[in-house]
Design a protein. Structure first.
Length: 220
């Protein structure tokens, strides 16, 4: 597959595949999982997210993707936050494809530092739209909706304002699963555990999965 570069890449690929399959197949169909992928820059978040999308599409047929990374978004030009609905697996997981969003906002910057409050309002608005229009909490919730999971791509800026924005996103969304990519450079990593709660009320029963970061990721 070639997603993980560097020494021990085969072991990392197996670890990534196991993590993606655990999220997709070890969970109940209802409610579908809401998964946040987090980690420092150059850790392979985009590559893992593409693998996770493919795995979830294999089970659910349709998957929503909320891209909160205005600096290196997956399917749009920089400066946008966007919500996508994907129905086809990506054949080449190393390639990047622009796709029309279901809904998007133009933030106009590649980082959150100038106006984190505005950025968060856009992200929360997209998530609210997902809940109202797409997400089904149970089989009898709405016959017009189908079981559709959500993958949330986050920024690689995980210190200072970046950590604040990420924590606000996770508290607002309350994901069922959080994938945390762990770098060998300890100073770059996110805090351990459910760091986004840190005294705040919230559901601490989240399924937290820690996987090794890619050592040679072309993006992130």
């Amino acid at each position: 597959m070639g997603l993980c570069g560097g020494e021990g890449s085969e072991e990392r690929e197996r670890e990534w595949e196991e993590a993606a399959e655990a999220v997709a197949y070890d969970s109940c169909t209802w409610p579908p999982p809401v998964v946040a992928v987090c980690g420092p820059g150059n850790s392979g978040k985009s590559a893992f997210s593409r693998l996770l999308l493919n795995t979830l599409i294999g089970r659910y047929k349709r998957v929503a993707y909320l891209d909160t990374d205005v600096g290196q978004p997956e399917f749009t030009p920089p400066g946008f936050v966007s919500l996508h609905v994907l129905e086809e697996q990506t054949k080449d997981l190393t390639m990047i494809y622009l796709r029309p969003p279901k809904r998007c906002f133009f933030f106009g910057d590649v980082g959150a530092h100038r106006n984190p409050k505005l950025l968060l309002s856009y992200i929360f608005g997209l998530y609210d739209y997902f809940l109202q229009e797409l997400y089904c909490f149970n089989e009898t919730d709405n016959p017009k909706k189908s079981a559709i999971p959500l993958v949330i791509n986050t920024s690689g800026w995980v210190k200072g304002i970046g950590l604040h924005v990420l924590s606000e996103i996770l508290r607002y969304v309350s994901p069922t699963d959080v994938i945390r990519l762990h770098s060998t450079s300890e100073g770059k990593n996110l805090p351990d555990g459910a760091f986004w709660l840190d005294g705040h009320q919230g559901d601490s029963r989240v399924n937290l999965i820690v996987i090794r970061a890619s050592q040679n990721s072309p993006r992130q």
